[in-house]
Design a binder for this molecule. Structure first.
Ligand SMILES: Cc1cc2nc3c(=O)[nH]c(=O)nc-3n(C[C@H](O)[C@H](O)[C@H](O)COP(=O)(O)OP(=O)(O)OC[C@H]3O[C@@H](n4cnc5c(N)ncnc54)[C@H](O)[C@@H]3O)c2cc1C
Length: 464
């Protein structure tokens, strides 16, 4: 039994935990990172990276199918799922190796094992204890299900199972039209699955501006992806060949698999948090805007937390930012709370949906409907999008005679454009200031420039 002392003890080596570790070590702190599985967490092993690899494989399949449109003679002969996994797993393991090396190179001690908070500043792993001047809780999240909906890992599955499925299902029902559900629906459709999404709210991606949801729905209709909106799950039964899902109202749907994508809950149970006096709300660890928990010296970051102002954005880059914020705060550096509305959000489906800032509805609520204006620039006016056969639009929400409040983009490959939109929102740029900036031609980024020219009252490639 060893008692080990560190400046910082971090429980959980996912995006939030390892970012805190890297930055704290950079700032001269002694750090131990305790991880029961693999550093990199959900994002690297079961989330961001593997899903985007699947979506990229799907994009290649679609391009092979559509090659004739571009005058290229290619044929699509099907998906070799073992080949897709080899490619996906190769990307993940390369990143994992790089990350492990980086963590070690900063002098951070990695402890492999399941930790539990046994004192306010002490984590116990097996018979060893790790005590810190400070502790960061970063135990992340898990795939939720609904009451009475049992996950069997074969026919009723979560995203973790979907990522390692050894075949392309012929048919699938996706329960939940949020980011994860929409991304799997998109990838599976590209692979050849007939997908039906069931969403309880009135639109797919219900947290996005309604105009973006509608554009996505139009594109999904074109791709023959079925979706049922305002539809609530009642029960699921096994059939000879898969599952039968019954919706409230009696309608039933059958498919080979049911993917449950109804959100992610916090990993906070039986970890000693409550026993140490850490305030918890619906399972989430409550923090203030500097990620401080209710216990002095104990911080929490990432998917695990709530800041008491509605759902927290469960994104890897939010975890990175919170980890960095905590490390800098502990090192005595001046830090500013994160403006969560200014965090860029992307759904990597085909087409992609990206946004930053406020939706039109949120802006109207905050500033009054008469004090905001919106413009929409259709990608049909953008040369690069025409080359790529990308359809969609850039929608801007701005304060009347004031800064840009929100940028909402839909279209193939537009996710990359949100980085510029992030600067526009976070620097509170005026439409006239962005209209001054020259965008390279022909790029999809021009659509951002054109939308701001339109908002500044001097449209270029826009039909009257
Ligand atoms: C399918 C899917 C796709 C996603 N795609 C994206 C995307 O494209 N972009 C994006 O920004 N986000 C995406 N996310 C979300 C992103 O993965 C999470 O926001 C991010 O991983 C959260 O980081 P975290 O550090 O809070 O938690 P996690 O990454 O979950 O890390 C927590 C870590 O703690 C460890 N742990 C838990 N309990 C213990 C314990 N008792 N002892 C030791 N270790 C413990 C776990 O093993 C895990 O490694 C996706 C998520 C999913 C599920």
């Amino acid at each position: 039994m060893a008692d080990n002392q560190f400046d910082l003890v971090i429980l959980g080596g996912g995006s939030g935990g390892y970012a805190a570790a890297l930055r704290a070590a950079e700032l001269g702190k002694s750090v131990v990172l305790i991880e029961k599985d693999k550093v990199g967490g959900t994002c690297l092993h079961r989330g961001c990276i593997p899903t985007k690899a699947l979506l990229h494989a799907g994009e290649i399949a679609d391009q092979a199918r559509e090659s004739e449109t571009f005058g290229v003679n290619a044929t699509f002969n099907g998906i070799d799922m073992s080949g897709v996994h080899k490619y996906k797993d190769g990307v993940v393991s390369k990143n994992h190796k790089g990350l492990t090396g980086l963590i070690k190179s900063r002098g951070i001690q990695i402890v492999e094992g399941e930790g539990r908070l046994t004192g306010a500043k002490t984590v116990t792993v097996g018979s060893d204890t790790y005590t810190g001047t400070n502790v960061v809780l970063a135990t992340g999240s898990y795939s939720r299900t609904l009451p009475g909906l049992d996950i069997d890992g074969q026919r009723v599955i979560t995203s973790e199972h979907a990522l390692v499925l050894d075949r392309v299902p012929q048919t699938a029902i996706v329960l939940g039209g949020g980011v994860i559900g929409v991304e799997f629906a998109s990838a599976w459709t590209s692979f050849g699955t007939q997908v039906t999404i069931v969403e309880a709210l009135p639109h797919l991606l219900p947290l996005e501006d309604e105009a973006s949801s509608k554009l996505l729905e139009r594109a999904f209709r074109r791709r023959k992806i079925n979706f049922k909106l305002g539809a609530r799950f009642e029960k699921v039964e096994h059939t000879d060949s898969g599952v039968r899902v019954t919706l409230e109202g009696g309608e039933s749907l059958e498919a080979e698999v049911l993917l449950v994508a109804v959100g992610r809950g916090p990993v906070s149970q039986n970890l000693g948090y409550e026993e140490q006096g850490i305030a918890i709300e619906r399972g989430f660890v409550v923090t203030d805007e500097l990620c401080r928990t209710s216990v002095e010296g104990v911080y929490a970051v990432g998917d695990l937390i709530t800041q008491g102002n509605g759902p927290h954005l469960q994104l890897a880059h939010v975890g990175f930012a919170e980890g960095i914020l905590v490390a800098e705060h502990l090192a005595g550096q001046p830090v500013v709370p994160i403006d969560y509305a200014g965090v860029p959000r992307i759904t990597y489906s085909a087409p992609e949906v990206a946004s930053v800032g406020l939706s039109e509805a949120q802006a109207a609520e905050k500033y009054g409907a008469d004090n905001i204006k919106t413009v929409t620039y259709d990608l049909s006016g953008n040369g690069r999008s025409a080359i790529l056969n990308a359809k969609g639009a850039v929608k801007l929400v701005a304060q009347d005679s004031g800064p840009v409040l929100g940028v909402h983009i839909v279209g193939e490959r537009v996710g990359e454009l949100i980085a510029e939109a992030q600067l526009i929102y976070n620097w509170e740029a005026l439409p006239s200031e962005v209209a001054q900036l020259i965008h390279p031609h022909p790029t999809q980024s021009e659509a951002i420039g054109e939308a701001h020219l339109l908002l500044a009252g001097k449209p270029l490639h826009v039909h009257d």
